[in-house]
Design a protein around this ligand. Structure first.
Ligand code: LIP
Length: 260
């Protein structure tokens, strides 16, 4: 694809993420307590997920009718030019009234993440990246942290029911034993963006879906960090483990999490 084609998709991803974020915030502020469903054990679904995804799919179709789109709620296709979207990453937070969530939009060209955009409307934060073009927060360049010692590190360990609880507890135990501080905030997309912006030093999860993480993976790499080969095997369609880190902690965090 030409540079112009990538730039057009980058600008569109940013604009659509902002518009979707504005809609998400309006829906959040008018939601009624308890207005959510559970599509699985600890797997939340709100009406807002569907409304936001419909807006994103419509905008992408208007601008790039020849591209494929895959959304967490509506499904779709993974073509050679594929948009992979999560309308609300951090749905459990949205559902329970915790203002820590975002829209995640990624564009993948021939199985390579090319464009990513995340918007957290509650903080007015737009995270964006394009392959070879750097990563930004509201237009400001992002860089990963320089933390070199696990005893000074802050590491987010994502969790879901998609892997055995024993495996998660074992990973938490290993990371804490290495001296790191840990957190789990319920949005893998924002967790990865925070690594790219140096707010945390690493993000790990034993299984995450592509729509949650592709945009964040690109941001971490464009901000000078490292990620495992998430797209190996069936990563795009079935998900995989994810590990993202600043450059200095890479070896230590691979050892502690067992993801590499
Ligand atoms: C979430 C992910 C998070 C994971 C949660 C959930 P959702 O995505 O971002 O990493 O730990 O279980 O899958 O469901 O809020 O779009």
């Amino acid at each position: 694809m030409s540079k112009r084609g990538v730039e057009e998709r980058y600008l569109a991803a940013c604009a659509i993420a902002r518009e979707a974020g504005d809609l998400m915030r309006r829906l959040y502020e008018k939601r009624e307590t308890g207005s959510y469903k559970l599509k699985g054990h600890q797997d939340y679904l709100t009406e807002a997920d569907g409304e936001v995804e419909k807006l994103i799919v419509r905008r992408i179709g208007e601008a790039f009718p020849g591209d494929s789109v895959f959304g967490e709620e509506g499904g779709g296709k993974f073509g050679a030019r594929a948009w992979v979207i999560d309308p609300i990453d951090g749905t459990a937070n949205f559902a329970r009234g915790i203002p820590h969530f975002c829209v995640s939009i990624a564009y993948v060209q021939d199985n390579a993440i090319t464009v990513g955009a995340l918007c957290n409307p509650m903080l007015g934060e737009l995270f964006a990246a394009k392959a070879g073009g750097g990563a930004t927060l509201n237009g400001r360049p992002m860089k990963v942290s320089k933390t070199r010692d696990m005893r000074s590190a802050t590491v987010e360990l994502g969790w879901s029911m998609r892997r055995p609880m024993e495996d998660y507890v074992a990973m938490v135990t290993r990371v804490v034993k290495e001296g790191a501080g840990i957190r789990r905030s319920g949005s893998g997309a924002l967790g990865l963006a925070y690594v790219a912006d140096g707010r945390t030093d690493a993000y790990a999860e034993l299984h995450i879906n592509s729509w949650d993480c592709l945009a964040g993976i690109l941001m971490v790499n464009e901000a000078g960090g490292w990620t495992n080969d998430f797209l190996a095997g069936n990563g795009l369609t079935k998900g995989n483990p994810i590990l993202a880190s600043n450059a200095a902690l890479r070896r230590a965090i691979i050892k502690a999490t067992g993801i590499g």
